[in-house]
Design a protein around this ligand. Sequence first.
Ligand code: TYM
Length: 332
Amino acid sequence: MGRIFSGIQPTGNLHLGNYLGAIRNWVNMQRAHESLFCIVDLHALTTHPEPQKLQEHIREVAAAYIAAGIDPEKSYIFPQSSVPAHCELAWIFSCLTPLGWLNRMIQFKEKAGKQREQANLGLYAYPVLQAADILIYKATHVPIGEDQKQHIELARDIAGAFNRQYGQDYFELPEPIILKTSARIMSLRDGTVKMSKSDSSDYSRINFLDDTDLIAHKIRKAKTDSDPISGKPEAMEHRPEALNLLGIYATLANLTLEEVCQQFEGSTFAPFKKKLIEQILAEMDPIRKRMIDLLKDQTTIDTFLKKGSDKARSLAFHHIKEIQDIVGFLSL
Ligand code: TYM
């Protein structure tokens, strides 16, 4: 039985892409695996959040995990900053990671943009910390959306570099788990870019805390085209917005894209959107309500986070001691 690790940045605007690409799959996986679901606040620091906002967003992500069905008694829910061993291992990995590997990271290039010289070191070293997040627990499986695949491949390379450097098989290479239909949920305004927390248009995404009317409004406004739905997904490849909505429906209804295309073949988007709104509300409305209830009781959220941190810290402590010994630090 493997161990699962995954995480989300507490940068606000948690959205349907985070849910379908990640959290929903975690809920299913936690039954069969020891699972750690982290709130990666150290990573969020690369965007310089206001301290009070950061605290708010950490609790919001915790509430979303629990509201979506992560069991805080069984799985570990905790903020990354509460386990110092993430940073300790990140440093050890930094000393084994060639700059050439980091220079290939697409997310850094996207986030740094033309201001590369101004980008902070944290943003550049971000994937090294991500590798440490996973490997400090010797996690074997990492359920994520498609956009994180390159970072997990780097984590595998770093684990291999450590094993080679110290002549040991200490780390097993972690496997990314990416589900096909929900791997990449796209913006509701532009089907060629992913749905994202940082998109300046709130109409590009469905947020966890959006109410019923707002969700219906956003889907009605979502970009589509005037052609009818084709019975075959291949025939819609040049219609990214249309394909995205059909993909969201397929994931929520636990159907394949082919099945959804067949079901709505010949229909225009207005009646399809009505059905899609129903599907989204059926899943997201109860989650929003539970999340709002949980957020009223900060003490309970903090108690769960404390419990998760204690369990994560003790597992990480055990591994960091072994790693310190392997690299040759004195245990004093
Ligand atoms: P973050 O916070 O950007 O996203 C959290 C999770 O949501 C997935 N995701 C999506 N899936 C489908 N469609 C989308 N539009 C979409 N947008 C986001 C992401 O793939 C991710 O699974 N670097 C990570 C956080 C992290 C991490 C880790 C993840 C830090 N350490 C260790 C796994 C393991 C990030 O920024 O995710």
